[in-house]
Design a binder for this molecule. Structure first.
Ligand SMILES: Cc1ncc(COP(=O)(O)O)c(C=O)c1O
Length: 452
C-alpha cells in the first residue's frame, strides 16, 4: 500500500509560495504530525516536490535533511526517503519515549534497565525514613530547581563517582533527560542559541524534543573514536562521551580535550556512566570545562525510567535561564521521590545497588559476547547496557521482519541514523530483559542471527 504512494503522486502542503524554507519545513512537519504524510510512506522526491512547488531543488533537499535530523523523515542509502516510523509516532503520540515498540515476548530494546532489579526493599526503607523525618514543608509546592537536600547529595555523589566539578547551586533536577533536553532547548534560545548539534547516529526522540523547542537540529558523524569534533560547527552539541548512544564507543581522550576547548556549549549526556565494566575509568568530560559543559545524569538506568529523575550540573551563567524555564513550565519532579533518592545515596544503599546491577549486566554482556557467532564482532562492549553488532545495510533492513518473526523487540542503528551513508547494525539492549528471561531472550536473538 504505502509503496504505491510514489514520488510522482500529488501531495498537499499548507504552504504559501514565497514563504520560505522554514515555512515549508513547518508544513511538512504538520503533514506528518496530522498523519496526512503517513508513517513509513515514501515522500515525494526532492526533484518532484521542487517542481510541484516551483522552488529550487536545493531548498527541498535542505528541508528534508533538517527533518531527517529531527526524526520526521528517514533517509536510507540507495532507497527513497520515507516518513519515519518511530519518529513520526514519537512526534504525534502523547507518550513518545517509551511506547514505540509493539509488545513482543523478548525485549532487547536499547535504553531499558531490567525492571526486576528495582530495589524495592531499599526504596521502601528509604521512603519510610524520609516520611518519618521530613519536615512539613516537604508537602508544599517545592522548589523549581529541585530539593536542596537532593541537590546537596547529588553534588557530592557526582563529584565522587563521576569526577564532576560542582556545588549544589549549579544543580537542577528534571523529570528525566527527556525533560531536560526540552528545558535546555528553551533556555538556550533565551541566551541566543538556536542550533543544537547531535551525534550521528543518536536517538531520534531526543532530537525531536530539541526540535520541538524551535532549535535547529544538525548531525555530527561518529566514528571509532566517538564524535568527530572537527566537523562540529554549531554553538551547542549533545554528546554521550562515556558510551556513545547507540554505537557504544568511548570518546578518545584527544577528542574530549578538543571538544572541551572547542568553544561550543556541550551537553554531556552521561546516561549510563555508572556501568563501566573494564578498569579503564572514564570520568565526566564536564571536569575539563565546567563553564562550557552541562553535565546530565539520570536515575533511569540505575533505578527505573518511570521515576523520571535526572539532574543537570550547569555552568553558572545558565542556572537562572534554566530555572526560569522550569518555573514557567510549572513541571516539578515529585518531592518525595527526590528525598527518597537522596536518602538512598547518602545511606550508601544506592552505591550498593549500582554495584549489584553492574555485576549482573557484566555477566549478561559476557554471556552474550561469548554466544555470538564468530563472524559477528560486537562493539561498545566495555560499558553500559547495550552493545552494537555492525552489519551491512541489506542485513540491517532485514532485521524488522526477522525480529517480528522471533517476537523480539530490538533496534537497529538505522533508526538513529541521520546521514543515509552512516553506520549500519543491530543495537542489542541486553539490560532490558528481566533476569529470569535473559536466557530465553538470548536464545531468540541467536535464532534470529542464524537466519541472517
Ligand atoms: C542516550 C540516552 N540518554 C539519556 C537517557 C535517559 O533519558 P531519561 O532520563 O529521560 O529516561 C537514555 C535512556 O534511554 C538514553 O538512552
Amino acid at each position: 500500500m504505502e509503496d504505491s504512494w510514489s514520488s510522482s503522486v500529488d501531495v498537499h502542503l499548507d504552504w504559501t509560495p514565497g514563504s520560505g524554507r522554514h515555512a515549508l519545513a513547518n508544513a511538512v512537519r504538520a503533514a506528518i504530525r496530522d498523519g496526512r504524510w503517513r508513517s513509513g510512506a515514501i515522500v515525494p522526491s526532492t526533484r518532484a516536490l521542487a517542481h510541484d512547488l516551483g522552488i529550487a531543488r536545493g531548498t527541498v533537499t535542505r528541508v528534508y535533511a533538517d527533518l531527517a535530523a529531527e526524526g520526521y523523515l528517514h533517509t536510507s542509502q540507495g532507497a527513497p526517503t520515507r516518513v519515519a516510523t518511530a519518529g513520526a509516532e514519537a512526534l504525534s503520540s502523547p507518550d513518545p519515549a517509551y511506547t514505540h515498540r509493539p509488545p513482543r515476548q523478548w525485549n532487547l530494546m536499547v535504553g531499558r534497565p531490567d525492571p526486576s532489579l528495582f530495589p524495592r526493599d531499599l526504596w521502601t526503607a528509604a521512603a519510610k525514613r524520609v516520611l518519618q523525618h521530613t519536615p512539613n514543608e516537604t508537602f508544599g509546592y517545592g522548589e523549581p530547581r529541585g530539593s536542596s537536600v537532593l541537590r546537596t547529595t547529588l553534588s557530592a555523589y557526582a563529584g565522587r563517582s563521576r569526577g564532576v566539578r560542582t556545588d549544589p547551586a549549579r544543580i537542577v533536577i528534571c523529570a528525566g533527560f527527556s525533560h531536560a533536553i526540552g528545558v535546555l532547548g528553551r533556555a538556550l534560545r533565551r541566551v541566543g542559541i538556536t542550533e543544537m548539534a547531535f551525534e550521528d547516529p543518536s536517538f531520534v526522540r531526543f532530537r525531536a524534543f530539541a526540535a520541538a523547542t524551535g532549535q535547529h537540529v544538525v548531525g555530527v558523524p561518529v566514528d571509532e573514536q566517538g564524535m568527530d569534533v572537527t566537523q562540529l560547527n554549531s554553538p551547542a552539541v549533545v554528546v554521550t562521551p562515556a558510551h556513545q548512544a547507540p554505537m557504544g564507543v568511548t570518546m578518545a581522550p584527544a577528542r574530549r580535550t578538543a571538544l572541551a576547548q572547542s568553544g561550543a556549549l556541550v551537553i554531556e549526556d552521561d546516561y549510563d556512566g555508572e556501568f563501566r565494566f573494564d578498569h579503564h575509568q572514564v570520568g565526566a568530560l564536564q571536569a575539563l570545562a565546567p563553564e562550557k559543559v552541562i553535565y546530565a545524569g539520570t536515575a533511569s538506568k540505575t533505578l527505573a525510567p518511570s521515576l523520571r529523575l535526572a539532574w543537570l550540573v550547569l555552568p553558572r551563567a545558565l542556572v537562572d535561564p534554566v530555572v526560569s524555564v522550569i518555573e514557567a513550565e510549572g513541571v516539578y519532579v515529585p518531592m518525595l521521590d527526590q528525598l527518597v533518592l537522596a536518602d538512598m545515596i547518602s545511606s550508601g544503599a544506592y552505591d550498593r545497588h549500582v554495584r549489584r546491577c553492574r555485576l549482573e549486566y557484566r555477566a549478561r554482556r559476557d554471556r552474550l559476547v561469548a554466544a555470538l557467532p564468530p563472524h559477528l564482532i560486537p562493539r561498545g562492549i566495555s560499558a553500559g547496557l547495550h552493545l552494537t553488532i555492525p552489519m551491512s545495510f541489506s542485513d540491517e533492513s532485514a532485521v524488522p521482519a526477522l525480529a517480528a518473526r522471533h517476537s523480539l523487540a530490538i533496534a537497529t542503528v538505522g533508526e538513529s541514523r541521520i546521514d543515509a551513508d552512516g553506520p549500519a547494525g543491530l543495537v542489542v539492549g541486553y539490560g532490558a530483559p528481566p533476569k529470569n528471561s535473559f536466557g530465553g531472550t538470548l536464545a531468540a536473538l541467536l535464532a534470529m542471527l542464524q537466519e541472517m
